[in-house]
Ligand binder design. Structure first.
Ligand code: KIV
Ligand code: ZN
Length: 512
């Protein structure tokens, strides 16, 4: 890559997946990976292959399916992790192994219990092992922000000699501020021998709300790869948000003088897809992808915009994919039209039967809602319809009664492992009554951590998309459900979360 190219390394499927409850199935990851390919990211960090057999399978499936981006797997600096990553990315047209080890005194002493020499030895061994699988090897010095500068220089010198091609400098704990982060990047590039032979990368967390600012400061000081995620999803307060980094570089070309390969019109569709799959809503005032990002409320602003758009707009909504939500289909649309629209949305069905089930749901929705948008179609498709995994818990019917002055009551019928069961409960509201009735049948013993409702499109006939976060035995899952009736959407979301608790295998966390 020439020096005015900025590499966009997307880690939504790895660091993003480390957000509580955001863990995704292989099918969901594939859908997001296809959208990331459309978006034009250079590198997709598809997961952490050694975390679990499911993660391995997801990385491998993405490596098989995606041809227009480099597919990367994370690996701790251990031989087993690196070999698992190497095997998982083998089918990729272009594959990368990203290995890392912590370099800060606090991590080395308390987490790794390793000396500096041992850390260097492990880093070098991992890179040499990774090179048996691919010549595209990235190394990260975890917690670089709190690492001693002389030691960082020594580590990076050794990993360049060992054959790493990309050196990533992470602010793992979101501690830095833009000026200091830029200085750190500048100093490393100036001091590490042969620094011009590698790509320098930045990976910032958002604990102080500075991940994008820090990343951009690193770019201004020589970084040519930014690690980021759609909607800024990620561990704790998240990672640098891809859309903000890309649009800052594009909008302020006068300052950055850099190009990315991103098709910016695919940003909003990517944001919506990630939000609906992970159950992490986008705040309305979020830059670029928030519902209000281009809405001008004040009369003075509206007047200015009407007279001359640039008075208050530095970007055009259509350039980032707003208005791209096509009025897809209507009541009279047939199977072929629906199939084509699903294909355009990168949605493939595992069986003809599951496509027909989605077609029936589409027809039911078209009876309730006159205009059906792409977002509605995305919400129609659950993991179960694109995979062969069956649902253990399935909603058969729901009746909820609300009346002022009367305690709400709900009766649910669910299919649980092939057997129909029903229960009726009262609650503080219809949703509370519904969840109580489900629990009366399932008795899951889980704790409800979050309940949220968002409208998928506008208007009172819009589908409500509900997210339910449940926790049980240290595991956290998000469930989603969509329906024009939000009580039904809530029941679906609750059952979706219960299915995830029921199905999911254990997985390791990369940073433990
Ligand atoms: O935040 C971090 O340090 C990471 C590394 C694994 C790159 O995610
Ligand atoms: Zn991270």
């Amino acid at each position: 890559m020439s020096n005015n190219k900025l590499i966009i390394f997307d880690t939504t499927l790895r660091d993003g997946e480390q957000s509580p409850g955001a863990s995704m199935t292989r099918e969901s990851k594939l859908r997001i990976a296809r959208q990331l390919e459309k978006l034009g990211v250079n590198v997709i960090e598809a997961g952490f292959a050694a975390a679990s057999p499911g993660d391995f399978a997801a990385v491998k499936a993405i490596a098989e399916a995606i041809t227009n981006a480099t597919i990367c797997s994370l690996a701790r600096a251990s031989e087993n992790d690196v070999r698992r990553a190497g095997e998982a990315i083998k089918p990729a047209k272009s594959g990368r192994i990203h290995t890392f080890i912590a370099t800060s005194p606090i991590h080395m002493e308390h987490k790794l219990r390793m000396s500096k020499d041992q850390v260097i030895e492990r880093a070098v061994m991992s890179i040499k092992t990774a090179l048996e699988y691919t010549d595209d090897v990235e190394f990260s010095a975890e917690d670089a922000v709190r690492s001693d500068m002389d030691f960082l220089v020594q580590v990076f010198d050794e990993v360049i000699k060992a054959g790493a091609k990309t050196l990533n400098v992470p602010d793992t704990v979101g501690y830095s501020i833009p000026f200091a982060w830029g200085e750190r990047m500048k100093e490393l590039i100036a001091t590490v021998p042969n620094s011009d032979k590698v790509i320098w990368s930045t990976h910032c967390h958002n604990d102080l709300g500075l991940a994008v600012a820090n990343s951009l400061s690193a770019v201004l000081n020589g970084a040519r790869q930014v690690e980021c995620t759609i909607n800024g999803l990620g561990e704790r307060a998240g990672n640098a948000s891809l859309e903000e980094v890309v649009m800052a570089v594009r909008t302020r070309r006068d300052i950055f003088n850099l190009e990315t390969s991103i098709d910016t019109t695919q940003i909003v569709p990517a944001s919506k897809l990630v939000s609906s799959i992970t159950g992490y809503p986008v705040q309305p005032n979020k830059a670029i992808v928030g519902a209000n990002a281009f809405a001008h409320e004040s009369g003075i602003h509206q007047d200015g915009i009407l007279k001359h758009r640039e008075t208050y707009e530095i970007m055009r909504a259509e350039d980032v994919g707003w208005n791209a939500n096509k009025l897809s289909l209507g009541k009279l649309s047939g199977r072929n039209a629906l199939r084509q629209r699903f294909t355009a949305l990168n949605i493939e069905f595992a069986t003809e039967e599951s496509f027909l089930a989605a077609f029936n749901r589409f027809k039911e929705l078209a009876d309730l809602k006159s205009e059906i948008f792409d977002e509605d179609l995305q919400a129609l498709v659950s993991d179960e319809s694109v995979s062969k995994v069956s649902e253990h818990y399935r909603l058969i019917s729901l009746r909820a009664h609300c009346e002022t002055g009367v305690l709400p009551i709900a009766k649910v019928v669910i299919n649980m492992g092939g057997e129909e069961q029903d229960a009726e409960m009262q609650g503080g509201g219809p949703v509370d009554a519904t969840f109580k009735a489900v629990e009366k049948i399932v008795n899951s013993g889980s704790e409800l951590l979050l309940y949220s409702v968002n409208n998928i499109t506008s208007g009172t006939d819009a589908q409500g998309e509900v997210t339910v976060r449940l926790s049980k035995g240290g595991r956290i899952v998000n469930g989603q459900g969509a329906d024009t009736d939000i009580v039904v959407a809530s029941a679906k979301a609750y059952l979706n979360a219960l299915n995830k608790l029921y199905n999911k295998a254990e997985r390791a966390h990369p940073q433990i």
